[in-house]
Structures are given as structure tokens and as C-alpha cells.
Write a protein that binds this ligand. Structure first.
Ligand code: FE
Ligand code: FE
Ligand code: ZN
Length: 281
């Protein structure tokens, strides 16, 4: 079965997200752990959380993905900015433990002129100060498009972060298809080559989730603007090759395309139809 969901609004709580996911035939979803700008998170309501856990359990959900606020920058030159990022990451990870064995995705950060090496050093320092050996949450570094001074737009950079992490078994990668295409990985014409490079540098066992997005911009544009499935420069053929690829097909796929719930429902239907399900034969 294809494990697929989309980004959902968390404003109405956990149970509501579970119901939204079911209503569009998703068996996972992504949500922001708090306002994407990083303000204080709402307290978790136990019954609300239990409602979601029951839905996930009853319907065989794949792991869900909490997304960190995208404004965090643990690679910043400013110690206050770094301190804030650390505080939020720590609090988010504690909250994710209330929803055990799921994923927490974050954008590695930007070096803002300090250079990639320094940025990587600061990011690994931050991760090493928050990851613990007994956490159940897998932290995923998202591959980025390389706009501005973003770190994590090449597999080499991701590899450099991961190899310095103490609790290495708690860290994985979320491959954002729009981002890597914008960053210059030609998943349209050479998906196998890109996956081989990922495997050689990072190891495909680190790959735990995929953000399945089309792109509004041309190959290697370093732009990062998502498009609806099949309406962008990546196209439906390449995207269905991705969900069916023997090395990827078991992963959870998350849509972050510009859609309301009904648009997501349509994309999920389209992709489920395009998925080659061996068990149904
Ligand atoms: Fe993201
Ligand atoms: Fe993404
Ligand atoms: Zn993006």
C-alpha cells in the first residue's frame, strides 16, 4: 500500500487532523508543531491526543511528521537566534514524545555569511545538545533548495551534519522532491543516479520520508516554490516513478502542494491510482 498524506492545519487539534486525513484517504499527515513563525506552542490536550492515536492505530497509519517552524536557525551567527532555535527544538522534541515513534522534520538552517563549514558546525552542535539516547522520535533533516545561504541543499552537506551526530540512530533525512530538483538533482531524467549518489554519501537507510511536490521553477533554479502534482516542471511521470521506485515505495510520502483539502484528496486519489500495488494482484 502507498503511504501518503499531506500537510494539514493543526489549528483544530490532533484528533481533527486524524479525521481530516481519513476524509481524504490519507494514512499519514504532516503538521506544524506550532505556529510556523515559532511562537509558543499550545498545551497538548490528552483526550485530543488519544483521539488521534486511536485513529492512527485503527487505520494502520504510517508515522506522522511534525514539522519545525521554518524560521528557526540553529546555524545563525547570532547567539540569541541560536538559543531560541535550541529552546524551540528541545520543547518540540519533548512534545513529539507524547506521540511516540513518529518523525520530526526540520530545515537544517542557514550559515548567513559565516560559510558552510561554520554553519554545519553550529547545526551539529545544536543537534548534539538536544538528541538523547532514549527518545523515540526520529529527527529528519530536510533537503533544501539552496536559496540564500541555506545548508542542506547537497547530499554532501547533509552527510557532513549526520556524521558528527552523537546519537546517530536518531537522525534521518526527509527528501523534498521540489527542493532537490531546484537544487540541481535531476530526478526527472536520472532518478537512479540521484538515488545512487544519496546512497553512496548518506546511505538510503537514512531516508525515512519524502516531501512529494512538483516545482514551479526550472531545474537547478535554487528557488523553492512548490507546484501541484503534475502541473510543474517535474511532472506526473517523474513523480509516479518516484512513488513506485523499489528503493522508495515503502516510505511515507507527504504532499506540500498549494492545495486545500479537496485538492489534496484529488492528488492522493491520482497517486494511489498510479501506485503499482503488488499485493492487489
Ligand atoms: Fe519544510
Ligand atoms: Fe518540504
Ligand atoms: Zn519548500
Amino acid at each position: 500500500m502507498l503511504n501518503i498524506g499531506c500537510h494539514l492545519s493543526s489549528s483544530k487539534g490532533f484528533t481533527h487532523m486524524g479525521k481530516d486525513a481519513l476524509s481524504i484517504n490519507a494514512n499519514t499527515f504532516q503538521f506544524f508543531t506550532r505556529n510556523p513563525r515559532g511562537s509558543k506552542a499550545k498545551d497538548i490536550d490528552d483526550d485530543d491526543l488519544k483521539g488521534l492515536l486511536k485513529i492512527m492505530n485503527d487505520n494502520g497509519f504510517a508515522p506522522v511528521l511534525g514539522h519545525a517552524p521554518y524560521t528557526l536557525n540553529p546555524g545563525s551567527a547570532n547567539p540569541r537566534t541560536r538559543g531560541f532555535a535550541l529552546e524551540v527544538l528541545k520543547d518540540d522534541l519533548a512534545r513529539m514524545e507524547r506521540l511516540p515513534n513518529n518523525f520530526y522534520n526540520f530545515h537544517p538552517g542557514s550559515h548567513v555569511g559565516q560559510g558552510i563549514e561554520k554553519g554545519i558546525e553550529l547545526i551539529t552542535e545544536a543537534l548534539n545538545s538536544i538528541l538523547t539516547s532514549n527518545q523515540t522520535t526520529m529527527v529528519l533533516l530536510e533537503t533544501m533548495s539552496g536559496k540564500g545561504s541555506e545548508i542542506g541543499s547537497t547530499f554532501q552537506e547533509i552527510k557532513k551534519i549526520i556524521e558528527k551526530i552523537k546519537h546517530g540512530n536518531k537522525i534521518g533525512v526527509c527528501l523534498d522532491i521540489c527542493h532537490i530538483y531546484d537544487s540541481g538533482y535531476d530526478i526527472v531524467n536520472d532518478l537512479n543516479g540521484v538515488l545512487e549518489e544519496f546512497d553512496r554519501l548518506i546511505g538510503l537507510d537514512r531516508l525515512r520520508a519524502v516531501h512529494l511536490n512538483d516545482s514551479k521553477n526550472p531545474f537547478a533554479s535554487h528557488k523553492d516554490r512548490h507546484e501541484k502534482i503534475g502541473e510543474g516542471t517535474i511532472g506526473l511521470k517523474a513523480l509516479t516513478d518516484i512513488i513506485n521506485h523499489p528503493k522508495l515505495r515503502h516510505l511515507p510520502f507527504f504532499l506540500e502542494t498549494p492545495n486545500e483539502l479537496s485538492g489534496y484528496a484529488q492528488e492522493i486519489r491520482l497517486l494511489r491510482d498510479a501506485f503499482f500495488d503488488f499485493q492487489e494482484i
